[in-house]
Ligand binder design. Structure first.
Ligand code: AMP
Length: 287
């Protein structure tokens, strides 16, 4: 059955809509996205609707989180298709502001989280997280959600948003939902459309290298240098792959670790270009 979705384009209307829901005592779940939706995004919508009475999905390709030479202008967009997909889910409203609505000519306020933004993605995309935490703060202020759902696909981003939400006392519950994958294991991403047929096959090296790490850990390896070096071997066989990093970090702090300890949880994080397309993936390991 198709669901009628309210489309909201201004911050003032968004605040008014949320205020009305609150006067009806309804809880609000927010799912922030950049659109070009896939099953990964839709799984976040399901998680939000399980927890809340009303669900708001935001669609905004946020210019401040793209670096100068990144893909902001060519980032895939298809609003009609997104609405079609969302209307098959329990979604009440889509917040779809323009860039001008969010960033006025005189805009000059940014939100920055310190330590945890510096390494891994932060090394390769220096301004990225500042753009993310700024837009998420603006979305929180417009939508005023009780719950916000993010994907573990962007594990460092989710950890940063949790830190920011606690530090700035937003009073919002942040939920992190699992990675949704294609049948062959490639993590779903809006950017996967950039891949040619051959690159799409080559991209499986990310998942394969995570699988090989899991096997090494299952057979008792605890030295992260050895695990990473075993993983790297797989990339040298894929000519379109340009590995940016593989890191093993403690789950909450994102501190890099030399020896894995029993009782702790870790992320194995990968960023790799396949041709011109930059992909990220990760695996959460609990010992
Ligand atoms: P994006 O539209 O790429 O900015 O992503 C919006 C949200 O969807 C973020 O919280 C992502 O982590 C999440 N997301 C993206 N891909 C996936 C996936 N394959 N599985 C689960 N969540 C995802």
């Amino acid at each position: 059955m198709k669901n009628q979705i309210k489309i909201i384009e201004t911050c003032a209307q968004m605040r008014e809509y949320s205020l009305n829901l609150k006067t009806e005592n309804k809880t609000i779940g927010l799912v922030p996205t950049m659109g070009y939706l896939h099953e990964g995004h839709l799984s976040l919508v399901d998680a939000a609707s399980e927890k809340c009475d009303a669900v708001v999905v935001s669609i905004f390709v946020n210019p401040t989180q793209f670096g100068k030479n990144e893909d902001f202008s060519k980032y895939p967009r298809n609003f009609e298709r997104d609405i079609e997909l969302l209307s098959q889910k329990k979604v009440d409203a889509v917040f779809f502001p323009s860039a001008k609505e969010i960033y006025s000519e005189n805009y000059q306020t940014y939100v920055e989280v310190e330590e945890i933004t510096k390494k891994q993605e932060g090394e390769f995309r220096p301004e990225h997280f500042k753009g993310v935490t700024t837009i998420v703060s603006i979305l929180f202020n417009c939508v005023k959600p009780d719950v916000a759902v993010f994907g573990r696909k962007d594990a460092q981003q989710a950890a940063i948003i949790k830190r920011m939400t606690d530090d700035l006392q937003f009073g919002i519950k942040v939920i992190v939902a699992p990675i949704i994958r294609e049948i062959d294991g490639l993590a779903m991403s809006s950017r996967n459309v950039y891949l040619s047929g051959k690159e799409r096959k080559d991209a499986l090296v990310l998942r394969k290298s995570l699988d090989s790490a899991v096997k090494m850990i299952e057979s008792g390896e605890r030295n992260t240098k050895k695990i990473i070096s075993g993983m790297k071997g797989l990339y040298s066989k894929v000519d379109s792959a340009e590995l940016q990093y593989i890191r093993i970090v403690e789950e909450k702090s994102f501190q890099e670790i030399e020896i894995l300890d029993k009782g702790n949880s870790y992320y194995i994080l990968i960023a790799c270009k396949i041709g011109a397309t930059r992909l990220i993936d990760n695996e959460l390991i609990g010992l």
